[in-house]
Design a protein around this ligand. Structure first.
Ligand code: PLP
Length: 374
């Protein structure tokens, strides 16, 4: 097995989640809409699993809608919020460092005539609430701000954003992409004061193919999919019972101290990585699991390949698309050599200090065997 240090990209499914999915696919395979006992049992299980996830998130079960992934949730939140505010205005505020799952639907709305303000981060990757306050207008209908940035690990001021929106009297809905924050940093949607919040299962050791949308009780949104009326008519389609079962199991398997354990490994790794000649910490990350480092003069894609040859998985992935630096690192205004040599390293519950040492040693070897570009 390779050394896997890319948990922000996806995570290995934990045994509890795999087992729960297996059971749901074999013994409990009924369609929750079916009236006979096998179907009704599946429906009851879905209710139980929804309650487990709601408890972990700190909200009401009926505030959760199951989806296929975080991208689906982000897209829906943005389109539905625009529809919700169509009589009020056409101004949207988001940040320059959102995931493409937010930026692309916002871009699509801009093409339809919506006006978009992109809040820029400071050099450390944090968005300022004062900038948000200055950008809010009476016709702002949506603010979309992520909780934890997926490339920098920085925590964004979502709760303060909610206060600012309310204090200004703005009618804007607040959406939060919490895909990288769920279970990693403590929050509830109510504490954050958000109207909409998006999660994805495969970042917390559930399988790919399951996402969750939190919709504040009382907020009525246009359905995402029409059909059989599942998910209170908001997102029709037969419930993916195996994925929901697995997500609930992954939530239950995530212990009180799991995030603290992950943070300890990341901090150990950052100390170890300081031994790599020339290595710079681009973002230590506020969240426990993500940090970004750079080896100026060594292109990210080459580093990722060299590390892969040594059995280590880290990402330039989000960091560098087809030789172009990501919009997130570009937004920090890093010098070009640093920008082109960025690596995102992200840890999970099973990460170890030995793995952090192996990454350090591999990077030292690479710097010794390759000459840095000017
Ligand atoms: N938002 C953030 C911050 C992410 O990191 C990701 C995935 O990397 C997504 C959204 C998209 O989630 P999914 O892969 O479940 O579509």
């Amino acid at each position: 097995m390779p050394i896997y240090l890319d948990h922000a990209a996806t995570t290995p499914v934990c045994p509890q989640a795999a087992q729960a999915a297996y059971q749901a696919m074999t013994e409990g395979f009924g369609n929750p809409s079916a009236r006979y006992a096998l179907g009704q049992e599946a429906a009851a299980r879905v209710r139980d699993w929804r309650a487990v996830i709601a408890e972990k998130l700190g909200c009401l079960p009926e505030e959760l809608t199951f989806l296929s992934c975080g991208t689906e949730g982000d897209n829906w939140a943005i389109r539905a919020a625009a529809e919700h505010g169509r009589r009020t205005g056409r101004h949207i505020i988001t940040t320059a460092i959102e995931h493409a799952a937010v930026l692309e639907p916002v871009k699509a709305l801009a093409a339809q005539g919506y006006e978009v303000t992109y809040l820029k981060p400071d050099k450390t990757g944090h968005i300022s609430v004062d900038d948000l306050k200055a950008a809010l207008r009476p016709d702002t209908i949506l603010v979309s701000m992520m909780l934890v940035n997926n490339e920098l690990g920085t925590l964004q001021p979502v709760a303060q954003a909610a206060q600012a929106i309310r204090a200004s009297g703005s009618p804007a809905l607040l959406h939060c992409d919490a895909v990288q924050g769920f279970l990693k940093v403590p929050f509830t949607p109510r504490e954050l004061g958000v109207d909409l919040l998006t999660l994805s299962g495969h970042k917390i050791r559930a399988p790919k193919g399951i996402g969750v949308q939190y919709i504040r009780k009382g907020l009525r949104l246009k359905p995402l999919l029409l059909g059989g009326g599942q998910e209170e008519g908001l997102r029709s389609g037969t419930e993916p019972t195996a994925q929901i079962a697995a997500l609930a199991a992954a939530c239950e398997a995530w212990e009180e101290n799991t995030a603290a354990r992950i943070r300890e490994i990341k901090e150990y790794a950052l100390t170890a990585l300081a031994r790599v000649p020339g290595l710079e910490v681009v973002s230590p990350g506020d969240a426990p699991h993500i940090c970004a480092v750079a080896l100026p003069g060594y292109p990210s894609e080459m580093l990722v390949r060299d590390l892969s040859d040594r059995g280590i998985c880290v990402s330039s992935g989000s960091a560098c698309h087809k030789g172009k630096p990501s919009h997130v690192f570009a937004a920090l205004g890093l010098p070009k050599r640093t920008l082109m040599g960025v690596l995102r390293v992200s840890f999970g519950p099973d990460s170890t200090k030995t793995e952090a040492d192996a990454l350090t040693e591999a990077l030292i070897q690479i710097t010794q065997s390759r000459i840095a570009m000017r």
